[in-house]
Every structure is written in structure tokens, then in C-alpha cells.
Design a protein around this ligand. Sequence first.
Ligand SMILES: Cc1cc2nc3c(=O)[nH]c(=O)nc-3n(C[C@H](O)[C@H](O)[C@H](O)COP(=O)(O)OP(=O)(O)OC[C@H]3O[C@@H](n4cnc5c(N)ncnc54)[C@H](O)[C@@H]3O)c2cc1C
Length: 394
Amino acid sequence: MALSDFSILDSRRADDLGEYRRQLNAWLDEHADDLAPTQAAPTLDEHMAQMQRVKKRLFDAGWMRFGWPERVGGWGGSAMLRTELGAVLSERELVDPGKFSLIEVLAPTLIDFARPELAADVVPRLLSGEEMWCQGFSEPNTGSDLASLSCRAVPDGDAETATTWRVNGQKVWTSLAQYSERCVLLTRTGPADSRHRGITAFFVDMDTPGVTVRPLEMINGVREFAEVFFDDVPVPTERMLGPRNGGWSVAMSILPYERSSCFWQRIAYLYKRLERLVEAAPKDDRSAEVVGDVALQLHALRARSRATQHRLASGATLGAETSIEKVLLATAEQALYDAARRLLPGVVEFDDDPVAESWRTEYLYSRAATIYGGTIEVQRGIIARRLLDLGTEP
Ligand SMILES: Cc1cc2nc3c(=O)[nH]c(=O)nc-3n(C[C@H](O)[C@H](O)[C@H](O)COP(=O)(O)OP(=O)(O)OC[C@H]3O[C@@H](n4cnc5c(N)ncnc54)[C@H](O)[C@@H]3O)c2cc1C
């Protein structure tokens, strides 16, 4: 398969999405047996292996290349093509959207801020499933107030001419760090009180001596995130992303993708789960009311998310208004899993078969929806102050 096989993409227009989706679904139908998960209730290890296998098959067939720039091994076209790929894979339950969409969180940042040779080398590895990357932002004393981070990078010699920096400190809640070959890491390079003006981003190899990863168990029993310790870790200056003390722009560049493409993929998955709930729930008035409420929440969210994606594709800069989507997503996700708990009494709590297990794990994971990617309280503060003009930042 080659780009020329996709006549729809020659025009590079986002409104060709329908045809792209049709061709993609036809290909996925044809390869369904090959791509299907091999386990009914996969462990995290099995799940990660499944995702990387799917990525590789899709990369080899070309699908993982659409929407990515040619300079990093992509085939070009609208970024909405790759978002749509993630949504279709999530709908088909071939990948978990939270893990798959880490590509959307980290690869655009690499493309925009890394040296072009570095981006050209590593982005295809991420797309093809050869590598995983993680996001080293949060620290034990730094979550919502990211500008106060303290993990420090110091130059070996003069900051202007040093070829190596040394990193010391700790990150926490780093998703999938134990599976990752690289980390997009925020470090303090200015004075301790320099806040967002003294932060530098690096792209760190996780097998560098001095990096220690300790997986942490989440409430659902899955060891999906980790503490990461940096003990005098040498990082070449050429791995700096953007300029020295320019790391805040790197951190902020992630927002438009996290709140558009990633959300679109997650919403596709939540619709699928709603469909599964409808199949399993009793067919009565109470179920209809509960399911109807969730469907409305998801629909409102999807309508808003769709508009955001089109705005992003047309070159608009996303800002505080995406906090509304974050609140809607977290609320709808929790409403869906609360509905599952109400309509399938005892299943989430007590049953042990793979289906119950997946509801239980996801119910518990949905509690984190109001925390990751910026807590719901912080988003409400942003909405109040920046969108509704209800006072200034503290
Ligand atoms: C599943 C999951 C995956 C994650 N993955 C990653 C990852 O890969 N990489 C990474 O770097 N981080 C990751 N995180 C961390 C996440 O970004 C932080 O947990 C989040 O930013 C909140 O920070 P905190 O935990 O330090 O809480 P804190 O910031 O300490 O907040 C504690 C409480 O205070 C409230 N609060 C804080 N400030 C304000 C304010 N100004 N106004 C109102 N209320 C406020 C919060 O809403 C919260 O209820 C992940 C978290 C989860 C749950």
C-alpha cells in the first residue's frame, strides 16, 4: 500500500474524513483476525504488547503515517486523519485510547521542538510501535502548580557551551514509564523561584544510568504509572527541546492536542462502552432514563469536541475554552461508569468474569478522570476567571 492508493488524500482536505474512514474500516475488517486481542482480560503487559503489535501492523500498512509530516516519516494530510485512526481503533476496542493517544500528547511536541534530525529518527519509532515514550512533568510537590517544579538540570560547565547536562530529582505519576524508552522531561534550570521562566525540557533515554523507575499500583490494581528517580543522569545538550529556559512553551504546546485529538479518541471509546452497557442493562424505564442521561452528556461533549478539532485543523490557537471540554469529559466519563454500577448491580463489585473485570477496572479508572491532565477544580477556576471574568488568578 502506498499514498497513491489513497486518492482521497491527494487533496489533503479534512473533509475527506468520511472516505478515509470508509477505507480504513474496510482494511480493518479484512485484517480483523490478525489485529484482535489474543486475551479476553489482558494484563497490562499483554495490553501493551497488543497495542505495539497493532501499531506496527498499521505502520507497515501505512495507516499510522497519515496526518504526520513527511519529515518524520509521515505521509502528510490533515492531522484529523490520525485522530480519526485513533477513534476507529478505540471504537473497535483494538487499543486503549488513554495509552494510544500518548502519541498525540508527545509526538507533535517532539516535531515542533526537537532538532529535525532527532525528530526524524525517533517519531517513526513511536508510530511503528518500536518504542513507547512517557511524560515526566508531575513531581511529589508539583502537580496543578507545574511552574513550581524542582527536578533540576545543571550544565557540565558553562551553560552556553556545555555539551551535557546533569539531572537530579524525582517525577511521579508518570504513565507507562516502565514501558518507555524515552521521556519528555521538564527540569528546573533557572533559580528555584524562577517559576515558568526557569524550566527547560529534555528528551531523555530511559536506559541512561541513574534513571530508576518504580511502578505504582493504581486503585484498580493496575501498575500503570510510576515514580521516576534521576540520580546525576547525563543528558546531551542536543536532547534539549526548544531553548534553555523555554520549557514552559513545550509544556503548553501539549494542551491543544491533549484537549482535541486525545479527547476525540476517548469519546469514541466511551460511546462503545455505552453501547455495551445498553446491551447488558435491563430493558426497563429506569435503565432508559439512566442511559439517556449519559448519552446526552456524551453527545454534548462530542459536538463540542468536533468543533474544537475543526478549529484546530483550520489553524486556530486553542486556549482556556478547552477547560470546558475537560470538565465535560471527566463528568461524562464518571456518569457512564456510575450508570454501569447502577444498572448492573453487583457486577462491578463482586463478579469475577472478564466482562465484570473490565467494568470494575474501568469504573475505578474513571475516578481519575477528574485528576489527570489538569484537575477538574483547576479547570473550573480557569473557566471562572478567564472565560467568565469572575476575578483574577490568585
Ligand atoms: C491516571 C493518571 C495518570 C497521570 N499521568 C501523568 C503523566 O504521565 N505524567 C505526569 O507528569 N503526570 C501525570 N499525572 C499526574 C497529574 O497530572 C496530576 O495528578 C494532576 O496534575 C494533579 O496534581 P497533584 O496530583 O499534584 O494534585 P494537587 O495539584 O496537589 O491537587 C490536590 C487537590 O487540590 C486541588 N487544587 C490544586 N490547586 C488548585 C487551585 N488552584 N484551585 C482549586 N483547587 C486546586 C486539586 O484540584 C486537587 O483536588 C497522572 C495522574 C493520573 C491520575
